[in-house]
Design a binder for this molecule. Structure first.
Ligand SMILES: Cc1cc2nc3c(=O)[nH]c(=O)nc-3n(C[C@H](O)[C@H](O)[C@H](O)COP(=O)(O)OP(=O)(O)OC[C@H]3O[C@@H](n4cnc5c(N)ncnc54)[C@H](O)[C@@H]3O)c2cc1C
Length: 447
């Protein structure tokens, strides 16, 4: 079927708008469809790890981080009881803390300024198929006229976020909710370590904070379980597990934020990528793959996927050969698996570790020792080290260190030491099964 577009992108969110901003100036004709182009206040995607910043740089999109008060982040601070440690990102690399809504509007404006992008206000309804079950576009409800219309393109990218309507026909994904994040903004406060992401480990589950503008700090409080917190439970959780551990310099703003009551609550999903490869369509962003946001790895994965998919698409002379597009989609799904496995495993493994008293103490002490192990660990968190062997080595090194440390304190700690090892295995096993193959780990070992 002849079409006026090369690509139809469903969802002008972080993934859809960024790939449009990257590909449009290269002459690719794009239909970009979203039902809402207004700036939103969300608690997601506010800390870019250095890996995400690096991807933007490689795509020539680094300037999209300028001029809206985004803040450089130079490393991480861990706080547990009376102890504090900082671990800097590898030299010359920085993350960024920012308002997601402001950033997204900049990305969208950059995409929409290209003549090759057609902006469509509408809600995408259904993927359109031809007689051979190939996807040839999408139907949508026009936001102004409410008419049902269709767009045809040789490639449809579904990037409609974590409640994706199109996931079912393009993947075998199983989505689980690990916990909830409760978000608050603290104004005009002093974090213990400026320009750092902070992880607070004194309570039974973690909370984190980082700067999102020159006078605002985002705090995200974990609430474990599959159901959102009810008001009384939330209050009890804050009183017992968060309020006592808020540092001095943040207390007044924290109390103020609590009184204003502007909580935002979001579910934290884990969903491994299990695509069904169909001709004419490809998934991108949270529609395809999600991990716990504790490590802020989501946008590192999204931008790295955009780099990989775009490199394959740009290697084609044009969008006329649908068999070639199909080959490129297959190559993208294959390559992204290696690129994102560490981000996906680390996010949920670290969440498991930080919700486990023995492992939490072990990881804190392990990182406190500094040196090459702390550096390798932060490079994995930063999205700069994607080597699977490094991840597995560091993960088990923490568990073995924790077991050894317990035994060193007292031989009677033997049952605890063996529990640490078995808990570590229980945490990593299902994640590794979803994300890794033994061959891929061995290949990285030999690198
Ligand atoms: C609590 C929380 C905190 C997070 N914090 C971080 C962080 O600090 N750092 C980080 O890197 N990652 C973080 N993430 C993850 C990150 O935010 C996501 O990975 C990222 O936003 C995914 O982008 P996306 O484009 O796939 O989805 P979205 O940005 O959600 O975009 C989806 C778009 O699709 C549109 N849409 C949906 N349905 C339709 C339809 N039917 N028709 C038309 N348009 C449609 C929506 O309007 C939206 O614009 C966090 C996630 C959570 C849950």
């Amino acid at each position: 079927m002849k079409s006026e577009f090369d690509i139809c992108i469903i969802g002008a969110g972080m993934a859809g708008a960024t790939i449009a901003a990257y590909l449009a100036p290269k002459g690719i004709k794009i239909a970009l469809i979203d039902h809402c182009y207004k700036e939103k206040k969300r608690i997601v995607g506010e800390l870019l790890q250095p890996g995400a910043v690096l991807s933007l740089e490689k795509m020539g999109l680094r300037s999209l981080l300028d001029d809206f008060d985004a803040q450089p982040v130079e490393g991480y601070a861990l706080l547990k009881d009376d102890e504090k440690i900082t671990i800097p990102y590898p030299q010359n690399y920085r993350g960024m803390g920012l308002h997601n809504g402001r950033f997204l509007q900049k990305i969208r404006a950059s995409a929409l300024q290209s003549d090759t992008v057609t902006q469509i206000h509408g809600k995408a309804l259904q993927l359109l198929e031809n007689d051979q079950n190939e996807i040839i576009g999408v139907s949508y409800r026009d936001s102004t006229t409410l008419e049902i219309k269709s767009i045809h393109a040789p490639l449809t990218i579904t990037s409609d976020g974590f409640f994706s309507n199109f996931r079912e026909s393009l993947s075998k994904n199983e989505k689980t909710v690990t916990s909830y994040f409760i978000g608050l903004i603290l104004k005009d406060c002093d974090m213990p370590f400026p320009k750092h992401g902070h992880v607070f480990l004194s309570g039974p589950t973690p909370f984190i904070c980082y700067p999102i503008s020159s006078n605002e700090v985002r705090i995200l409080i974990d609430f474990p379980g599959e159901h959102p917190p009810k008001k009384l439970l939330l209050q009890a959780h804050l009183e017992a597990n968060v309020t006592p551990f808020i540092p001095e310099g943040m207390r007044t703003s924290y109390q103020q934020a609590l009184e204003e009551g502007q909580f935002k609550v979001m579910p934290n999903h884990y969903m491994a990528a299990k695509p069904i490869i169909r001709k004419g369509a490809v998934m991108l962003g949270d529609a395809l793959n999600m991990r716990h946001p504790l490590t802020g790895g989501g946008l590192t994965a999204v931008f790295s996927d955009i780099e990989i998919l775009s490199a394959h698409l740009l290697a084609m002379p044009d969008f006329k050969n649908t068999d070639l597009i199909h080959e490129k989609i297959e190559a993208y799904y294959r390559d992204r698996q290696h690129a994102n496995a560490n981000l996906n495993i680390l996010a949920n493994a670290l969440y498991g570790v930080m919700s486990n008293a023995l492992l939490k103490t072990a990881v804190f002490k392990y990182l406190q020792r500094g040196g090459v192990n702390a550096q390798e660990s932060i490079a994995i968190l930063a999205g700069l080290n994607r080597n699977h062997y490094s991840l597995i080595k560091q993960f088990f090194a923490v568990a073995v260190f924790g077991a050894y440390d317990l035994m060193r304190q007292n031989i009677l700690n033997l049952p605890k030491a063996s529990r640490i090892l078995s808990d570590a295995l229980t945490i990593i096993k299902p994640l590794a099964k979803n994300e890794l193959t033994i061959a891929a780990v061995l290949e990285d070992y030999r690198r």
